[in-house]
Ligand binder design. Structure first.
Ligand code: DGL
Length: 215
C-alpha cells in the first residue's frame, strides 16, 4: 500500500517515521508545506486553500490512504477534506479522551495551536469527554514555528510546563505533531508529576484498521 502522510512541516515527519517503523512493508510518502508553516495561526479558508491542492495531488499520485498528521487541519477541516477527496483520511486529534480517563487530579493540560484550540471539533472533544475536568490550554502559539526553524526556546517551554504542574496538571497532551520533537524534554521537565501523551501509537492502530478495510 502507498500511505501518504501530510503536515504543514516536520511534525508530520515524526509521525511518518513512527509509521515507517511499525509498518515497514508499506510505502510511506511524507509531504509537507514548509513554506507556509505555521498552519496553526491561519484561518480555515487559508488552510483549505493551502492543503487541498496538496492532498489532491497526493491522491492523484497514488496514495491509497492519507494520514492527516496535523491536529490543526484535522480539527478545523476534516469534514470538508473528506467531502472533497475520495481517498480515506486518518486524522490526528488531541488526546482529550485518554487524558480525561488518566487524570487523578482532574486537571489536564492541552498544548496545541491557536487554530486547534479555537476549533469546533476540539470544543466537541472537551464537551464529550472532559466534562467536569479542568482543561488548561497554555499559550503555545509560537512553538510550531520555532520547532520548525530549529530555534526551540527551551526556557519558555520549561516555564510553561512548570506552570502546568503548579496548577495541578497530571496529564499533558501534546496536541500538535511538531511538539512530538520536544516530547522527551517536556517529560523531563514534568519530572514524573505529569504523564506526557501524544497519539502516534493510536494513529498506527487506526491506520492498521483502515488498511484492513481496504484490503
Ligand atoms: N503540526 C501541526 C499540528 O499538529 C501544525 C503546526 C503548525 O504549522 O502550526 O497542529
Amino acid at each position: 500500500m502507498i500511505i501518504g502522510v501530510f503536515d504543514s512541516g516536520i511534525g508530520g515527519l515524526s509521525v511518518a517515521n513512527a509509521i515507517k517503523k511499525a509498518m515497514p512493508e508499506h510505502e510511506i510518502r511524507f509531504v509537507n508545506d514548509r513554506e507556509h508553516v505555521p498552519y496553526g495561526t491561519k484561518t480555515k479558508q487559508e488552510l483549505l486553500k493551502l492543503a487541498l491542492p496538496i492532498l489532491t495531488s497526493m491522491q492523484a499520485g497514488g496514495c491509497q490512504v492519507i494520514v492527516i498528521a496535523c491536529n490543526t487541519l484535522s480539527t478545523t477541516l476534516i469534514s470538508d477534506l473528506r467531502a472533497k477527496l475520495s481517498v480515506p483520511l486518518v486524522a490526528i486529534e488531541p488526546m482529550v479522551k485518554p487524558a480525561a480517563n488518566m487524570t487523578k487530579t482532574g486537571v489536564i493540560g492541552v498544548c496545541a495551536t491557536p487554530a486547534t484550540l479555537a476549533s469546533n471539533r476540539y470544543a466537541q472533544l472537551k464537551q464529550d469527554y472532559a466534562d467536569g475536568i479542568k482543561v488548561i490550554e497554555p499559550d503555545c502559539s509560537n512553538w510550531a514555528e520555532l520547532i520548525e526553524r530549529d530555534r526551540i526556546d527551551r526556557k519558555q517551554i520549561k516555564s510553561t510546563v512548570d506552570d502546568l504542574i503548579l496548577k495541578g496538571v497530571d496529564v499533558i497532551v501534546l496536541g500538535c505533531t511538531h511538539y512530538h520533537w520536544i516530547e522527551e524534554d517536556v517529560r523531563k521537565w514534568a519530572d514524573g508529576k505529569a504523564e506526557v501523551i501524544q497519539p502516534e501509537e493510536a494513529i498506527i492502530r487506526r491506520l492498521r484498521h483502515t488498511l484492513e478495510q481496504l484490503a
